[in-house]
Design a protein around this ligand. Structure first.
Ligand code: PRP
Ligand code: MN
Ligand code: MG
Length: 178
């Protein structure tokens, strides 16, 4: 058993059914476009892997790795790029893929940065959204699930780098974790 794992919030079948729908919608919306999916490491990798299998279009996958700048527990909203994209995105139809949008600081920063490179279009696709936590506005174009303000792990989301491999989303009780 995994210590600290509480209630399952979104089970695997529910995740896959919703991702089926999202893949179909993206397939319709990006017909004839020059699609580049940008996964934000590390949290997005499980979602991205399942999503791309359901997008029936030619596409390119690229990754960025970022970390909130500074040591303060409160993110300043300044994001440090640990790994940049491999490819140019000028003139491309870019879709950022994230596991979760919380305060919005990461995506707010990344949106500004990527827009400065003149893509033809830039949209955001998130598996989870916690709208009650937002500090800065971010327009999210595709949302898998809107969730309450609970600490969730699994399906890419970590607590101290653990639990990412769980195939479902569950609520973590930090008091129960070693
Ligand atoms: C988490 C999550 C999002 C971001 C959301 O990443 O995966 O990328 O935080 O938070 P925000 O909306 O408040 O900016 P984290 O920085 O923990 O890195 P990880 O993906 O490697 O876990
Ligand atoms: Mn992340
Ligand atoms: Mg994390």
């Amino acid at each position: 058993m995994l210590k600290g794992i509480g209630r399952v919030l979104i089970d695997e079948q529910t995740l896959m059914r919703r991702i089926d729908e999202m893949g179909e919608q993206i397939t319709r919306d990006y017909q004839g476009k020059d699609l580049v999916l940008v996964g934000i490491l590390k949290g997005s990798v499980l979602f991205l892997a399942d999503l791309v299998k359901r997008i029936k279009l030619p596409l390119v996958i690229d990754f960025m790795a970022v970390s909130s700048y500074g040591s303060s527990t409160h993110s300043s909203g300044v994001v440090r790029i640990l790994k940049d994209l491999d490819e140019e995105i000028e003139g491309k139809d870019v879709l950022i893929v994230e596991d979760i949008i919380d305060t919005g600081l990461t995506l707010n920063y990344l949106t500004e940065l990527l827009l400065s490179r003149n893509p033809r279009s830039l949209k955001i696709c998130c598996c989870l959204d916690k709208p009650s936590r937002r500090k800065v506005p971010v327009k999210v174009d595709y949302v898998g699930f809107s969730i309450p303000d609970e600490f969730v792990v699994g399906y890419g989301l970590d607590y101290a780098e653990k639990y990412r491999n769980l195939p479902y989303i569950c609520i973590l009780d930090p008091d129960e974790v070693e």
